[in-house]
Write a protein that binds this ligand. Structure first.
Ligand SMILES: *Cc1c(COP(=O)(O)O)cnc(C)c1O
Length: 375
């Protein structure tokens, strides 16, 4: 049996803030305020501040965080929502929930985020066809780095479309010092445990800047509640952020800036050691990534992963099958000319261990194993 290094060392973070986490959890249990307790409001204020947003609103997970604004804007059948195919299921799934049409867009082959040129082509295609109304764009901060918001925002605004930053992996990332909400109408976060800002269960949040939208989202995430608790102004859902998770996240957010710094140092060490032997990740000019994943490209991915596993190094593939190739999504239009960068990335990407506590001997073991596998 080889001794495996962790893919994400959540235990190291737990060790660092154990006493504070335990006190927060106990405090919620003793208080009895399990649903929308004061920790939720406190966290929302701190999330908004950290992400330079007008407001933050907690919800049950990062998937609902994208669905709720689409519902608030009345996205419906006949609407086209432009989404990269190289993403996690949620980004496309929520569009289908609204009965709207996903339109798949390609990525930049070096950044893995939405290619603005491909977005332009996809809009042209939809307009020429005339069946669907261009309604919204969902850009994804893939692997933690900001999408090309200045360009994507210009394109979306010119067509009167809404823009969501799916920042499930990228909360805390910046471009020219600005957070995604500087450009987007809503930026979303996932607190799934493996994300850079992860809870000890499911959770999510929406960041925004328009107070009317804030009020609408507050209502929608508690069953469409009106002025009174049991008066329903609209059809909503139950998607609250759990109080215990909020309490845990207060402690994790307090060290998050330091963790982002540490993740960037780990990424720099990977790049210094590996950029001569494999395709290492690039970050957009002026961007700061949260490094949700450190993703390289290799020719023989199966062989590479087997060689690393033999040395106790876990790897992961995000994502082996792009969304447009999954059966339920095959009916949705793909940009003219297809998705060559998406298809190539899906065959070649592989992610290495990454977290804020990756250094020293553990990182050296990964570096040595990668060099041996491709050497
Ligand atoms: C994780 C993730 C989501 C969904 O978050 P959940 O909290 O698991 O619902 C959405 N989009 C992207 C890009 C993600 O990585």
């Amino acid at each position: 049996m080889v001794d495996f290094v962790p893919f994400i060392d959540l235990a190291a973070q737990r060790e660092r803030i154990r006493a504070k986490l335990d006190a927060q959890i106990e405090n919620v249990i003793e208080s009895g305020k399990y649903i929308l307790g004061p920790q939720v409001t406190e966290l929302e204020q701190k999330l908004a501040e950290f992400g330079q947003a007008g407001f933050a609103l907690g919800c049950a997970n990062g998937t609902d965080a994208i669905a709720l604004p689409l519902a608030a804007w009345g996205i419906r059948p006949g609407d086209a929502v432009f989404v990269p195919s190289f993403t996690f299921a949620s980004t496309a799934e929520v569009v289908a929930w609204m009965g709207a049409s996903v339109v798949f867009v390609d990525i930049d082959p070096d950044l893995y985020t939405m290619d603005p040129e491909s977005l332009r082509k996809a809009i042209e295609m939809v307009e020429a066809d005339g069946e669907l109304r261009p309604a919204a764009v969902i850009a994804v901060d893939m692997f933690g780095q900001p999408a090309n918001y200045p360009e994507i925002n210009d394109i979306a605004r010119a067509k009167g479309m809404k823009l969501i930053a799916d920042s499930a992996q990228g909360y805390g990332c910046t471009l020219g010092g600005q957070h995604p909400i500087h450009w987007a109408d809503v930026a979303t976060v996932s607190f799934y445990p493996a994300k850079p800002l992860g809870a000890y269960g499911d959770g999510g949040a929406m960041l925004g800047k328009d107070e009317a939208l804030h009020e609408l989202l507050k209502s929608l995430h508690v069953h469409g509640m009106g002025a009174d608790r049991y008066e329903y102004a609209r059809i909503g859902m139950n998607s609250r952020l759990d109080t215990i998770q909020a309490a845990i996240l207060l402690e994790k957010l307090a060290i998050f800036a330091d963790e982002i710094r540490a993740r960037n140092e780990a990424a720099d060490r990977y790049a210094a050691a590996l950029s001569d032997v494999v395709k290492t990740p690039k970050v957009i000019d002026g961007g700061v990534s949260t490094w949700a994943q450190y993703t390289i490209e290799v020719d023989d991915r199966d062989g590479f992963r087997a060689a690393l596993a033999e040395k106790g190094i876990p790897t992961a593939v995000y994502y082996p099958i792009p969304m447009h190739k999954h059966e339920p999504y095959a009916k949705y239009p793909v940009v003219t000319g297809g998705l060559p960068a998406t298809d190539a990335a899906a065959e070649r990407v592989v992610s290495l261990p990454m977290d804020a506590y990756l250094d020293g001997e553990r990182q050296q073991r990964v570096i040595d194993a990668v060099k041996a596998a491709v050497g």
